[in-house]
Ligand binder design. Sequence first.
Ligand code: HEC
Length: 115
Amino acid sequence: MMTGVLLLTSCAGTVPEPTPSHLQWASQQWPGTRMEDLMKGRQLYVLKCSGCHSLHRPDELSPQQWEKTVPEMMTRAKLTQEEAMLIVRYLVTVTETKEDSLGENASTTGTRSGQ
Ligand code: HEC
């Protein structure tokens, strides 16, 4: 009955879209991971995890904390195992690739001196 799809396009700033670099990292961790899996993880995270509190930015928690927290929230958010897994993969990937491994001049806007 309810279509919450519109939510996905707004306020996406705090929850980054998966990039090819993310996918590259993720598919090394979990062979067979596809872009769709990461996108679905993000969607599920936005949809299922924003009902009770505002979304936590992925980089607010460490990958280890996400791996622990999502299963804890799983019953609250009424997730299936698979949904929980996709959310964890998305969050861990985004968090884990933030600092390093994105250095291959992939898509950064370079040295634009921001003010
Ligand atoms: C039914 C309500 C509900 C849903 C749905 C829910 N949460 Fe929570 N969440 C809470 C409450 C209540 C707290 C704070 C109290 C607590 O930690 O027990 C919390 C706390 C948190 C925290 C902070 C925990 C910490 O240790 O600092 C994180 C991170 C979190 N939730 C992530 C998620 C994620 C990810 C999802 C989706 C899988 C989710 N939540 C869905 C109710 C919910």
